[in-house]
Ligand binder design. Structure first.
Ligand SMILES: Cc1cc2nc3c(=O)[nH]c(=O)nc-3n(C[C@H](O)[C@H](O)[C@H](O)COP(=O)(O)O)c2cc1C
Length: 314
């Protein structure tokens, strides 16, 4: 039995990462209906909007789903209360200290998973009492770790340190990638970029098209010392890099950044002035597909590759 399918009561150990402006109830419920675990991304939602998405998700699927809560955004207390009131059973926290909310959530019967980018923080999350960790490598879309550890090195190192279930993220978009992560020690995988380019993603069509046109080298991490984030190199990225190089005040950066830029880029489709978060693996995503087809393709490749392994030779 797989530890991740068992923990969440799902069929396949595939999690759709919470993604601001991409993962509303339509994507989350489609992933859960396909046998994975869908996550509503609370990071881009006002509390009332989150409540609405949770309620719609409950209607759209009778399978388990969860909510991703990046702790760097405002209204966290209100968001946590809504999650509890609405009876959500699974929460993935990220971008913050796992000690802050884990015991409170668990005291309400919620399964808690925390996203980390190093073995040190994986251990801290385990100590805080989480049920599993997502170890996310530097190639991932969105916010990254300062240590720049890539998935290929991170997974076995985290595996060496922790005893709770381990979910690999960053650079996984195929069945082969999933199998490789599991060979390295992961019990399951979390994919973001691949689902951002799905039919059910709430991202603007312009952004989805840009994802499938993205090639190797088209993304870079900026704000490295402050809040590292991997973006497509558009005008907004260049403006940000230029300002960052001048050692600006936090206020000046906040003014240029803000949540509004992420909305502008990914939700409203402004490819020039907007912030476009995506992982390096976008270079391997060539088509926008419905979630059920993505599952079919990934799982078929996983099985086929697994069966071929015994014939690998040198
Ligand atoms: C557009 C986008 C938005 C994201 N937003 C969040 C978020 O709100 N919270 C979070 O924990 N991770 C966020 N992530 C990270 C994903 O949940 C996931 O861990 C990551 O995408 C995995 O790497 P991959 O993109 O290589 O698949 C985001 C990623 C992308 C691409």
């Amino acid at each position: 039995m797989n530890k991740i399918t068992q923990l969440f009561g799902i069929k396949y150990p595939i999690i759709q990462g919470g993604m601001i402006w991409n993962s509303g109830y339509k994507l989350a419920s489609a992933v859960s209906n396909a046998g994975g675990l869908g996550l509503i991304g609370a990071g881009s939602m006002y509390p009332d909007v989150l409540r609405e998405h949770i309620q719609k998700c409950k209607k759209a699927t009778n399978k388990p789903f969860g909510v991703n809560v990046p702790m760097l955004y405002p209204n966290i207390e209100e968001i946590i209360q809504i999650i509890i009131d609405e009876g959500v059973k699974i929460v993935f926290t990220s971008a913050g200290n796992p000690k802050t909310w884990t015991s409170h959530l668990k005291s309400h019967g919620i399964t808690v998973v925390h996203v980390v980018s190093s073995s040190k923080f994986a251990l801290k999350a385990q100590e805080a009492g989480v049920d599993a960790v997502v170890a996310e490598g530097f190639e991932a879309g969105g916010h990254n770790g300062r240590e720049e550890t890539t998935t290929f090195t991170l997974i076995p190192m985290v595996k060496e340190q922790i005893s709770i279930p381990l979910i690999a993220a960053g650079g996984i978009a195929t069945g082969k990638g999933m199998l490789a992560a599991m060979i390295l020690g992961a019990d399951g995988v979390q994919m973001g970029s691949r689902f951002a380019a799905s039919v059910e993603s709430s991202a603007h069509e312009n952004f989805k098209k840009t994802i499938i046109e993205t090639r190797e080298g088209d993304t870079l991490v900026t704000l490295k010392e402050l809040a590292p984030v991997r973006l497509i190199k558009n005008k907004f990225f260049n403006d940000l890099q230029e300002l960052y190089a001048k050692c600006p005040s936090t206020e000046a950066l906040k003014e240029l950044l803000g949540r509004a830029r992420a909305k502008k880029g990914m939700f409203e489709g402004d490819l020039i002035e907007g912030e476009l978060e995506i992982g390096q693996i976008a270079g391997l995503i060539h088509e926008i597909k419905p979630v059920d087809e993505i599952f079919e393709i990934v799982l078929k490749e996983f099985e086929e590759t697994k069966n071929k392994i015994s014939s690998f030779s040198f």
